[in-house]
Design a protein around this ligand. Structure first.
Ligand code: AHG
Ligand code: MN
Ligand code: MN
Length: 341
């Protein structure tokens, strides 16, 4: 027998957390365990994507008008099933479904949370074996418990989130989530099939070396965004050198930013004049998590992203997010341009 103290699993951790809060009902812990279970099922499929004829388009487009991969559908079904059977939320909304899904059984309807989810983020990376992810967000419902949930339960500003997190299916699979108190990271131990606490109390470094943005759109960004980018490009060898990275998966960009520090931007450009990433499924949960880890997230120079009031489920937004010190410079450059006539 190994004398080394064993690492705490996600289930053990969430149950232990309950002991610290005697009034807690266990609904949030139950939700997190349900999400963890669905993530493990998705992880198995992601790992065999190369051999299991699951690659490629599923032959339809999602409500955003984008091609849906088979894994997107599989992941969506897993999270819907897990959340429905968890009985700890009264409904969910998914990037892959036009409308929210109410759970109308008695137990679910009596629960106090709703969940929003991007079941598979960075799906363009599936075919090329690069990291993909899942993003989730939990709100306390506004409508009374015991009644069917309504759209208003899902259209709350990100600052009202109770918890948010992501799963990254990468060189290892991790589940990282934030509550109002802290950010915790768990790594999937494939030998026991459990997420184990590997990154307790995650903090985003205040400074970093990396800026991340799709540079292919450089000439389509507005002047303010180009000014922000130009601020990270060394013009002489004496200047501070930043590295540019772009994985094409927001989960991966945010995970790297949390661990190593840095900034990630997905601004408005060309045909996406309101940005491309989704406020409710992607940007709100990531902004909540990064802020809880000490970072900053903006939708514009003078607009904290978490304060944006959503008006539509599938609303998009520009995002500038990352390490606090680097974001001070970003904010100043965005603001400087917006005051130029
Ligand atoms: P999704 O797979 O859920 O549609 O999201 C992919 C997103 C995001 O994760 C990534 O940062 C962005 O698309 C990449 O877009 P570009 O190819 O335009 O950079
Ligand atoms: Mn996405
Ligand atoms: Mn997606």
């Amino acid at each position: 027998m190994n004398s080394k103290q064993s690492v705490m699993t996600l289930d053990e951790f969430t149950i232990q957390e309950l002991r610290n809060f005697p009034g807690a009902t266990g609904q949030l812990s139950g939700l997190l365990r349900g999400i963890g279970l669905a993530a493990k099922r998705v992880n198995v499929e992601v790992n065999k994507a190369g051999i299991a004829d699951i690659l490629g388009e599923a032959g339809r487009t999602n409500v955003q008008g984008e091609a849906v991969k088979k894994l997107d559908e599989f992941a969506n079904e897993q999270f819907i099933d897990a959340l429905r059977t968890s009985i700890y939320c009264c409904g969910m909304a998914s990037e892959e479904n036009e409308d929210f899904i109410p759970f109308l059984d008695e137990h679910s309807m009596n629960s106090k949370y709703v969940v929003l989810i991007d079941p598979l983020d960075g799906s363009g990376n599936i075919d090329v074996n690069i990291s993909i992810g899942t993003i989730f967000s939990v709100y306390r419902r506004i409508t009374p418990e015991g009644t069917p949930c309504k759209l208003e339960d899902f259209l709350q500003p990100g600052s009202a989130q109770i918890a948010a997190g992501y799963i990254i299916y990468g060189s290892s699979t991790m589940l990282v989530y934030a509550t109002r108190r802290s950010v915790q990271g768990f790594t999937l131990d494939p030998s026991i099939g459990e997420f184990c606490l590997s990154h307790p109390n995650l903090k985003c470094p205040a400074d970093g070396e990396i800026f991340s943005i799709n540079m292919g759109y450089y000439h389509l960004y507005d002047d303010a965004t180009r000014r922000v980018i130009d601020g990270f490009l060394a013009k002489t060898p004496q200047e501070r050198i930043y590295k540019h990275r772009a994985v094409g998966c927001m989960v991966a960009e945010i995970h790297r930013t949390l661990i190593q520090g840095g900034v990630f931007f997905y601004p408005a450009y060309g045909k996406y004049q309101s940005g491309r990433l989704r406020l409710c499924y992607e940007c709100n949960p990531m902004s909540f998590l990064v802020e809880k880890a000490g970072g900053v997230s903006l939708a514009a120079a003078a607009q904290r992203l978490l304060d944006v009031q959503p008006t539509r489920l599938h609303q998009r937004t520009p995002i500038f997010i990352g390490s606090s010190t680097m974001m001070e410079g970003v904010k100043a450059r965005l603001a400087a341009m917006s005051t130029v006539v």
